[in-house]
Design a protein around this ligand. Structure first.
Ligand code: KG4
Ligand code: ZN
Length: 335
C-alpha cells in the first residue's frame, strides 16, 4: 500500500463528516456532525438548511479531525470528497472546500461516488472482504444489489424501482408518529410489536429478478392503521413490526436469490439500514444456510460518514486518479 495520507469530506445529505485515512496506519481519525435536530421539526431534510449547516460545521470539524489525527496540513497527500449523488447545494459545500484546500496545498483532489464509499466501508474492518463479492446497499436514497469484481468494477444486478429501503423506513415511521430520521426509532418500536397480528406483503419476491419496490408497504401501513379501531401504542408497535419484518424478509429473499445466481461466496451489506439488528440477525441465517460470509461496516460507519470517503479516495488517489480545477458535483449519478 502507498503511504499517502488522505483527507475525506462528506456532505451529501444531512451529516457533515471529516476523516483522515493513512495508507500505512489506516484510519487515523474521523468526526461526524449530524444535522438531524435541525431538520426534525420539518419531518425531513430541508436542502437549504443542510447547505448552511455544512458551511457552519465543516471548518471546525476539519480542525478537530486534523488535531485528533496529529496531521499537519502539509502531511496530506490528497483530498477526497463526495461528489454525488445527493443534494446539489450540500455537495457543493464539501466539494468547494476540498477543491480549494487541495489547490492551496498543491495536492490532488478527487470526487467520490457516495454509494461506492458505502460499498467499500466494510473494508475498513477486520477481516476486510476480498474481491469479488456481492453487495447489498441499503441507504436512505438507494437500494441496490451490485456484483463487485474490484474497485470501480461494478455490475448493477437490481435496484429499487421506487422508494429506497431507508426511505420506506422513514416514511412509515412518520405515519407511526415517530420523529425524523425514523429508521432507528421504528426498529425500537417494533421490539414491542406482536409478529403474528399483521402480515405485510414481500414486494416483488414472487417473480424472477433482483429489483425492489418498497412504496407499496407505505400504503399497506396506512390502510392497516385506518382499518384499526384505535391508534394506540399496541397497533403502532404491531404495525412497525409487520413492516420491518416485510422489508427484512424481502431483502433476505433477494440476497439469497442473488447469491444463488452469482455463486458469490461473500456478501457485503452497507448503508444506513445495515445498522438494523433484526436485518443482521436474519442475514446470519442466510450465512448459515448458504455458506456465504457476510461483511458489515461497524455500526457508526453504516450511516453517512467521511471515513468511507477518505478510504475510497485513498484507493483511487493512490492509483493516480484526480480531478481538474474545474470541479463539479453530480446530484444524480448512477454507480
Ligand atoms: O446511508 P445513510 O446514512 O444515508 C443515505 O445515503 O441515504 O442512510 C440513512 C437511512 C435513513 O433512511 C435511516 O432511517 C436508515 O438509513 N436507518 C435505519 C437504521 N439506521 C438508519 N433503518 C432501519 N433501521 C436502522 N437501525
Ligand atoms: Zn449514505
Amino acid at each position: 500500500p502507498t503511504p499517502m495520507r488522505v483527507l475525506g469530506i462528506e456532505t451529501s445529505c444531512d451529516e457533515t463528516g471529516v476523516a483522515v485515512y493513512d495508507g500505512q496506519a489506516g484510519l487515523l481519525a474521523h468526526r461526524v456532525y449530524s444535522q438531524a435536530d435541525s431538520h426534525a421539526r420539518y419531518g425531513g431534510v430541508v436542502p437549504e438548511i443542510a447547505s448552511r449547516d455544512h458551511i457552519r460545521k465543516l471548518l471546525p470539524l476539519l480542525d478537530e479531525t486534523l488535531q485528533a489525527s496529529a496531521t499537519e496540513r502539509l502531511a496530506l497527500g490528497g483530498v477526497a470528497y463526495t461528489r454525488g449523488p445527493g443534494l446539489a447545494g450540500a455537495l457543493l459545500v464539501g466539494a468547494a472546500l476540498a477543491r480549494s484546500l487541495a489547490y492551496a496545498l498543491g495536492i490532488p483532489a478527487l470526487g467520490i461516488h457516495h454509494m461506492e464509499a458505502h460499498l467499500l466501508a466494510p473494508m475498513l474492518e477486520e477481516p476486510p472482504p476480498r474481491f469479488p463479492f456481492l453487495a447489498l446497499l441499503v441507504s436512505g436514497g438507494h437500494t441496490m444489489l451490485v456484483q463487485v469484481a474490484g474497485v470501480g468494477r461494478y455490475r448493477l444486478l437490481g435496484e429499487s424501482l421506487d422508494d429506497a429501503a431507508g426511505e420506506a423506513f422513514d416514511k412509515v415511521a412518520k405515519l407511526l408518529g415517530l420523529d425524523y430520521p425514523g429508521g432507528p426509532a421504528l426498529e425500537q418500536l417494533a421490539k414491542q410489536g406482536d409478529p403474528d397480528r399483521f402480515r405485510f406483503p414481500r414486494p416483488m419476491t414472487n417473480r424472477p429478478g433482483l429489483d425492489f419496490s418498497f412504496s407499496g408497504l407505505k400504503t399497506y401501513t396506512l390502510n392497516t392503521l385506518r382499518g384499526a379501531a384505535e391508534f394506540d401504542d399496541q397497533i403502532r408497535a404491531d404495525t412497525a413490526r409487520a413492516f420491518q419484518d416485510a422489508v427484512i424478509d424481502t431483502l433476505y429473499l433477494k440476497c439469497r436469490r442473488a447469491l444463488r445466481q452469482t455463486g458469490a461466496k461473500r456478501l457485503v451489506v452497507a448503508g444506513g439500514v445495515s445498522a438494523n439488528r433484526k436485518l443482521r440477525e436474519r442475514l446470519a441465517q442466510l450465512a448459515r444456510t448458504s455458506g456465504a460470509r457476510i461483511y458489515y461496516p461497524r455500526i457508526e460507519f453504516c450511516t453517512d460518514n467521511a471515513a468511507m470517503v477518505a478510504y475510497a479516495g485513498w484507493l483511487r488517489l493512490s492509483a493516480g486518479e484526480h480531478d481538474s480545477l474545474a470541479f463539479d458535483v453530480t446530484a444524480r449519478w448512477p454507480l
